[in-house]
Design a protein around this ligand. Structure first.
Ligand code: SF4
Length: 413
């Protein structure tokens, strides 16, 4: 990075970013072999009531750090939050609203996995106040779903998506591509089916082998890099032609259906993260803090009830902020307004002038006096674009282009 980044304490934010709330529910029916999220196989009855009590206590303890701020979006993710009964989600949302001012227009998302009895369950979530459902479809092929160890089948995925569309004002369909044994035609068939059923938002993730997963230890045969890149390009084209705009590395939406919660992450907004292993980022005028909660559900619940669920907390040093900002904002196809960099990091954009100029010269980035955005090449080689912004990275002239997967950063905390 260019010299001249001020030290901590010397940087002040002119205003605080929008605030979101992330709630983690850490249980699933079965652990998927590719999954590196903090999710645990359900054994016996879930402690729904106790967990909601713990979440309420966790939020209560977090209040002083966000005093007086209004929550714009809530995302109940996991894990599989749809394992919780609508009554538990209702209690949770009441507990949140009684503790924090929630915008009347707030986007409230719940993640759901296909299963049985959705129609009634989904109506219950809607009545509790959920207004966006994110359905973990992954594929509409029984064979591919079995190959990635999912417990649901293609018909269940179709039914869940259809019920979700009948019940919620907006819906996301999560899809994955570059699955074991998958052809380009099969990947496109999944996307076409999501379009035909009517999903106004699609997230299409490249399956990657993450450390500490079963697939990392026992890798399945996957489509090679070129085949995966062809799938990505064809998926983008198909969704675009159907009117779903590509607005982030993995996200596509019809007008008015972008995921506001995720857009807040990508524009380096703030979020309180409650629940086992949840991450949060909170800005103050004079500092930016990242924190994470205790990961193990039972330990988390005890710690939260004692008012101390935070496992780790650290300040984001001014020198680290440009990379953290770019890591998020350059995932957006439209990039970001130049002024947003200073608003969110407290630093003038001139601290990254050398890196911006080098990325522009390499054809990875385009900019004018209003916006900075990744080019098509920058979107495809996102790690090459981001690498020079790392604190202590080699000077831009020394960085050589290398090809990497586009799914290199998490789309949620
Ligand atoms: S359902 Fe989702 S969160 Fe749960 S194990 Fe599978 S991939 Fe992970």
């Amino acid at each position: 990075m260019s010299p001249g980044v001020p030290l901590a304490g010397a940087v002040r934010l002119a205003e605080l970013p929008p605030l979101s709330l992330y709630v983690h529910v850490p249980w699933c029916l079965r652990k998927c072999p590719y999954c590196d999220f903090n999710s645990h196989e359900k054994r016996g009855e879930l402690p729904e009531a106790g967990y909601v009590d713990a979440l309420a206590a966790d939020l209560e303890a977090a209040l002083p750090s966000v005093w007086g701020r209004r929550v714009r979006t809530i995302f109940i993710g996991g894990g599989t939050p749809s394992l919780f009964a609508p009554e538990a989600i209702d209690r949770l949302l009441i507990a949140i609203r009684t503790r924090l001012p929630v915008d009347p227009e707030a986007e409230i998302t719940l993640e759901a996995n296909p299963g049985t009895f959705e129609a009634e369950r989904f109506r219950g979530y809607r009545a509790a106040g959920v207004n966006r459902l994110s359905v973990g479809v992954q594929s509409f092929s029984d064979e591919r779903l079995a190959a990635i160890g999912r417990v649901h089948g293609a018909d269940e995925a179709r039914r869940a998506l259809a019920h979700a569309l009948e019940t919620f004002p907006t819906v996301n369909a999560d899809l994955m591509y570059a699955l074991p044994g998958q052809s380009l035609a099969e990947a496109l068939a999944d996307v076409r089916e999501a379009i035909a059923i009517g999903a106004p938002h699609v997230s299409a993730y490249h399956l990657t082998l993450e450390p500490d997963t079963h697939f990392h230890r026992f890798p399945p045969a996957l489509p090679d890099e070129d085949a995966a890149a062809d799938m990505q390009a064809a998926i983008e084209e198909t969704l675009g032609a159907a009117g779903l705009e590509h607005y982030e590395t993995s996200a596509f939406a019809r007008p008015g259906h972008r995921a506001r919660h995720n857009v807040n992450y990508w524009t380096f907004g703030d979020y309180v993260g409650i629940g086992a292993g949840a991450h949060g980022k909170i800005s103050f005028r004079d500092r930016i803090v990242r924190e994470s909660r205790v990961r193990k559900p039972a330990t988390y619940m005890r710690a939260a009830m004692e008012g101390n669920a935070i496992d780790e907390s650290h300040e984001v040093a001014p020198a680290d902020r440009p990379f953290e900002f770019m890591l998020n904002a350059l995932r957006l196809v439209e990039g970001f307004p130049v002024a947003l960099f200073a608003e969110r990091t407290g630093l003038p954009v001139t601290v990254v002038e050398r890196e911006l100029a080098a990325a522009e010269a390499a054809g990875l980035l385009a900019r004018d006096h209003l916006r900075i955005r990744p080019t098509a090449r920058g979107q495809r080689f996102l790690n090459d674009l981001l690498e020079p912004f790392l604190p202590g990275a080699p000077r831009p002239a020394q960085v050589r282009p290398i090809r990497i997967s586009p799914r290199d950063t998490p789309s949620r905390p």
